[in-house]
Design a protein around this ligand. Structure first.
Ligand SMILES: NC(=O)c1ccc[n+]([C@@H]2O[C@H](COP(=O)([O-])OP(=O)(O)OC[C@H]3O[C@@H](n4cnc5c(N)ncnc54)[C@H](O)[C@@H]3O)[C@@H](O)[C@H]2O)c1
Ligand SMILES: [Zn+2]
Length: 344
């Protein structure tokens, strides 16, 4: 089992069959009950988690939360607050979140604000949730736009059971793999090599622990995202624009966005790993070219992008694998990057 501590307050445990072996909750006195909130797809797992909590002698209830982005609405949050209130949760009680990133984002926010904040434990059940959403303390609800309501607050513990992640369907594996590869590219050349060596069969435990360690180290330095945390957006500037226009998944869009950012890096920093990055993403079954979409729409969104400043579109670039910088990129270079991923 790997243990990674973030900002001295949040403990991330990564291990195979962890939920069968380990205590779910950090050792602490005073809990009178536990509330488990779970996505419908993992309701069975949530029951197992609840049974482990009960074994420790604390009455535990499970509530199934709406799936996906529907679980991040203000209405859903209001219904969940009302349920917590009916249960009579106290300040010393604990909320456990079992599900993907949408669930941990929403339950993280609800737990951070109900009674001004209860202890939270996350059990991420998607790879993206494990390597990205559950790490770093960003919580969020949607309000028209995505993630407009939120607070920064770490969960006390994140339990990542790699046996759960090993059983994920291919599409959910690719979603998380895109972010794990990103973590390697911005912060861990050894993780990139691991992916190159094993491809789709990359060992889950080591992949997750290394990707978590990269994010933890960045968040440790810049919890409230005033500076360095921006490097986590590698592949996300052009990626988000493509995601929005093409309606493809986040992971696919980030893969294409990393190809574009790699091309911009070649032009600006002399980065020599663009071909290597393309081979790696392609080998993992991630797209390296945008689908046939309206390039004008993509350009319109990039021009409006909040990452733009006087010096151009702000992008994360690589000087080398594991060595990112944030730069304003000229319109000509952005054009070049769009061409490389086939956006006319
Ligand atoms: N807080 C952060 O720093 C951060 C970072 C990245 C993403 N996010 C957020 O995370 C969300 C995306 O996360 P996601 O991709 O996990 O999406 P998700 O939570 O919507 O899960 C995707 C689907 O997988 C299902 N699922 C969950 N566990 C499963 C399992 N073990 N087996 C089969 N299906 C399972 C879910 O029910 C859902 O239908 C977005 O809302 C995004 O904004 C947050
Ligand atoms: Zn992302």
């Amino acid at each position: 089992m790997e243990r990674i501590v973030v900002n001295g307050v949040s403990e991330v445990l990564v291990g195979d069959d962890l939920l069968a072996r380990d205590r779910v909750l950090p050792e602490r006195r005073g809990r009178s009950q536990i509330a488990v909130l779970a996505q419908p797809t993992v309701a069975g797992l949530a029951e197992r988690v609840a049974a482990r909590c009960e074994e420790a002698g604390v009455p535990t209830r499970v509530r199934v939360h709406p799936d996906g982005e529907a679980g991040k609405s203000l209405d859903t949050a209001a219904a969940t607050y009302a349920w917590l209130n009916r249960c009579g949760l106290h300040r010393d009680d604990t909320i456990v979140a079992v599900g993907g990133g949408a669930l941990t984002d929403a339950v993280g926010f609800i737990a951070a604000t109900y009674l001004r904040g209860l202890e939270t434990v996350y059990v991420p059940t998607t790879l993206l949730g494990a390597v990205d959403a559950a790490i770093g303390g960003k919580t969020a609800l949607n309000l028209g736009g995505k993630n407009l309501v939120g607070v920064f607050r770490h969960p006390a513990r994140v339990l990542i059971d790699t046996a759960v992640l090993a059983a994920l369907p291919e599409a959910l594996w690719r979603e998380g793999a895109a972010e794990a590869v990103k973590a390697g590219l911005i912060g861990d050349p050894g993780l990139v090599q691991l992916f190159e060596e094993h491809g789709r069969a990359t060992p889950m435990g080591e992949m997750v622990a290394r990707a978590v360690a990269v994010k933890a180290e960045i968040v440790e330095e810049d919890f409230a995202e005033t500076g360095r945390r921006a490097v986590l957006n590698y592949g996300h500037t052009i990626g988000h624009a493509i995601e929005y226009v093409a309606g493809i998944s986040h992971g696919e869009a980030v893969a294409i966005g990393m190809i574009a950012a790699g091309a911009a890096s070649v032009a600006v920093t002399g980065f020599d790993g663009a071909d290597r990055q393309r081979r790696l993403l392609d080998g993992l079954g991630l797209p390296v070219e945008a689908p046939d979409i309206d390039g004008r729409e993509v350009r319109r969104i990039l021009a409006l992008d909040k990452k733009r400043d006087a010096s151009g579109v702000r992008m994360v670039l690589l000087r080398d694998v594991g060595d990112p910088i944030v730069r304003g990129v000229s319109p000509a270079t952005v054009e070049e990057a769009l061409q490389v991923v086939g956006i006319e």
